[in-house]
Design a binder for this molecule. Structure first.
Ligand SMILES: [Zn+2]
Length: 85
């Protein structure tokens, strides 16, 4: 996990006091990434599942910027793989 990517997203969004727009992209089964798009300038950040989880936790603690945990519409298109249980 690259924690610096989480820092980058938070630094960008929090400098403007914004919440990013979150999409989950799955290229294939169990191969999913999260894309956080800045609503202000449209730039986007790609995060792994673990990085995204970290981002959600940090955002929940901050409450003013990052990603909105209460408005997340991330669907689980596939059942969780066995190793994730
Ligand atoms: Zn931006």
């Amino acid at each position: 996990m690259d924690a610096r990517q989480v820092e980058r997203v938070l630094a960008h969004l929090c400098s403007k006091g914004l919440f990013g727009d979150v999409r989950q992209w799955c290229e294939s089964r169990y191969d999913c990434v999260y894309v956080v798009t800045c609503p202000d300038c449209g730039c986007c950040f790609v995060l792994s599942e673990a990085e995204f989880q970290e981002l959600v936790e940090r955002s929940t603690a901050l409450q003013v910027c990052g990603v909105p945990p209460d408005r997340l519409e991330v669907r689980e298109p596939y059942p969780l793989p066995p190793f994730a249980r």
